[in-house]
Design a protein around this ligand. Structure first.
Ligand code: HEC
Length: 121
């Protein structure tokens, strides 16, 4: 009887062992992990702040429609002034392409001013 209980416990344990979080992160997850800290909209994001100073019409990456895949690949591999380069062991070519696809398809967050802007007077 004890043996039977042990065997059925084993069965339950091994059924729990399939780990769903072991999957590869997708473009959105890699963007959030590797890029968002510097490139999300708003203050406190050095990429966004420097690109705003550089006069880009949209300072965050999400919401831009002028980024070419080849350009983004080159920046991610080589870095750019303040931006560190990423090695293929950190992000594969396919993962960079997935991040690009995410940037191009994601909707920028709606930003509304804290106070309504007064017109006139
Ligand atoms: C440590 C902060 C940091 C991280 C992390 C980072 N970047 Fe950047 N990135 C910057 C900064 C800062 C600039 C602006 C270059 C400058 O003026 O120094 C930049 C510029 C860029 C540009 C050029 C945009 C343009 O208008 O010329 C692209 C494209 C870019 N980053 C993509 C990415 C992607 C994709 C990731 C994630 C894989 C990423 N960056 C991660 C800081 C970062």
């Amino acid at each position: 009887m004890k043996k039977l209980i042990a065997i059925s416990l084993l069965g339950i344990l091994s059924a729990c062992n399939s780990n769903p979080t072991a999957e590869k992160p997708d473009g959105a997850e890699n963007y959030a992990l590797m890029c968002a800290g510097c490139h999300d909209p708003g203050p406190g994001h050095p990429g966004t702040m420097l690109l705003e100073q550089a006069g880009r019409p949209v300072a965050s990456l999400i919401g831009r429609d002028d980024l070419e895949l080849e350009y983004l690949r080159a920046i991610v591999r080589q870095g750019l002034i303040e931006m560190p380069p990423f090695r293929p062991t950190e992000l594969s070519d396919a993962e960079i392409d997935e991040i690009y696809a995410h940037i191009m398809s994601a909707k920028p967050p709606v930003t509304t001013p804290a106070k309504p802007v007064k017109k006139g007077s």
